[in-house]
Every structure is written in structure tokens, then in C-alpha cells.
Design a protein around this ligand. Structure first.
Ligand code: CMP
Length: 154
């Protein structure tokens, strides 16, 4: 995690958030290929972290130690040498998967635009999921590949 990140709160995931994850989120990329059992298995390892506005959660070039799923708020993705932001991500989107999947440093900087709450999954727990769910990993890898291509475009 970047040192400039201003953490307001970090705690285990609460029941209503688990509900949100297991219902809504199973329709989107990261969790769509995850069975209930796998989801249940990973939830206890997730932390809910609340960041202040304009916190750098990931810094370009740093090693990756976690991936994140946005619960509330939003982030902007920026890259050194780019005039405009690479992307903006909001509730339900995820980030930080590329460094973990490709074993590379963070490809870009991720900064909160508002006060933002994220589910955080540490690299070793992410790896546990990858080992157990090849379908989920395929989905995630395809998305990560297309993100990587859009970064190579500049
Ligand atoms: P990672 O490289 O671990 O850290 C920076 C993150 O920014 C990266 O993972 C992605 O999750 C995200 N990111 C990079 N490029 C894009 C993109 N083109 N669109 C959306 N998100 C991106």
C-alpha cells in the first residue's frame, strides 16, 4: 500500500457487505465465475478499508501486495507520462489485479476521488482463489490483458 494512502478505517467485512458481495457482485467480472463455496471461503480474509479522498492506494512501480474491489466511492487510474487519466473506476469495479496476476510492479497509480471504501484481498489469499477457481482466473486474466493492452497504446 502506498504511504500517501490515508486510511480512515480497516476492519473485517460485515454481514450486510457479505450480502452485497454474494448477491450483486456475482454478476460482475471478478466474482461471476466463483461458486458460493469459494466466495464463502475467501470472505473471511477480506478487509474493508476506508480511504480519505485523494489517497494513493497503489503507486505505479511499487510491488503489488493486494487487489481491491470498490464498495463505495471511486478511483482514478493515472500513469506517468499520460496527459489524461487512463480510466475511472466506481462501485463494483476492481483494481490491483494486474501486478498479482502478471508478477509485475503496479502498472499505474490508483487514487481515490472521494472518500472510498474497498474490499481488500491480500496477495496470498488472492493466490488461494486463483488455485481453486480456474474459471474465475481466466475471466480476470482476460480483463487484465485488455487493460494491459490499453496501457501499451500510448
Ligand atoms: P496493478 O497494475 O496491480 O495496479 C494498478 C491498477 O490499475 C492495475 O493493476 C489495474 O487494476 C488498474 N488499471 C491499469 N490499467 C487500467 C485500465 N486501462 N483500465 C482500468 N484499470 C486499469
Amino acid at each position: 500500500m502506498a504511504s500517501e494512502a490515508d486510511i480512515l478505517d480497516a476492519r473485517p467485512v460485515e454481514p450486510q457487505e457479505i450480502e452485497w458481495l454474494s448477491k450483486g457482485m456475482r454478476n460482475v467480472g471478478f466474482f461471476s465465475k466463483l461458486g458460493r463455496a469459494q466466495l464463502a471461503e475467501v470472505l473471511p480474509y477480506m478487509l474493508m478499508i476506508r480511504y480519505a479522498r485523494e489517497s494513493a492506494i497503489c503507486a505505479e512501480g511499487e510491488p503489488g501486495d493486494a487487489m481491491y474491489l470498490i464498495y463505495k466511492g471511486g478511483v482514478v487510474i493515472t500513469k506517468e507520462g499520460w496527459k489524461d487519466p487512463v480510466a475511472r473506476l466506481k462501485e463494483g469495479d476492481f483494481f490491483g489485479e494486474m501486478a498479482l496476476l502478471f508478477g509485475e510492479p503496479r502498472s499505474a497509480t490508483v487514487t481515490t476521488e472521494d472518500e472510498t471504501e474497498v474490499f481488500c484481498l491480500a496477495a496470498e489469499d488472492f493466490q488461494r482463489l486463483v488455485d481453486k477457481s480456474p474459471d474465475m482466473t481466466d475471466t480476470l486474466r482476460k480483463l487484465a490483458e485488455s487493460r494491459r493492452q490499453s496501457l501499451a497504446r500510448s
